[in-house]
Design a protein around this ligand. Sequence first.
Ligand code: DC
Length: 222
Amino acid sequence: MIIAIDGPAGSGKSTTARLVAKRLGYTYLDTGAFYRALTLKVLESSVSLEDGPMVVKLAEASQIELQPQEDKNRVWLDGRDVTQLIREPAVTNSIAPISENPKVRAIMVEKQRALGRNGGIVMEGRDIGTVVFPDADLKIFMQASLDERARRRQEELAAMGIKRELGMLKEEIARRDQKDSTRKVAPLVRAADAVLLDTTQMTIEQQVDFIVGELEKKWQAR
Ligand code: DC
């Protein structure tokens, strides 16, 4: 089966998707990593983030690979392990012009479809249920309040040794939400047939149980 999980930053997608995959013996795939890796490549090059055609050229010439592991996806960019680097705030805050580019998205979507084609996956992102796998067996749209999402992001960054102020994080997340949901190509929207999961007051375990429960309903209905 293909499980598609979409939602804004900090809604709990990655941790939950990872644990759902673990419980089911499925593969977890983090599609944000593709956009992050390309953004890193552009930042390290002499190409401007705003130079669409050159960014597309870089995307075409890039080898971005996701290697699913027990607890995360190891991310390779042109043979270099960039798993940690792509989480840096400098990358996070530069993604928008890259992820808005329709040609870039087409390249990434193709790679993501190839990875998920055989099923047995939990794929997480912004457009999985709407664009990448519109026929996914189960679609979940996760959300949480802005305050809670900023708090989670702060905790996540602290675990990586990065200290950030809560108010700043709130602003950044709100700006990213706005860009992700209003962009012309593949905006962050809930697919009509996606199950809504508000995680503001939920523990990770409750979220995992909820999604596995939804999947069991699908199995029973088959
Ligand atoms: O999930 P994340 O925070 O790692 O995603 C990073 C950025 O990539 C996010 O701002 C939006 C973009 N993204 C996207 O446009 N489409 C996806 N399927 C996944 C992420």
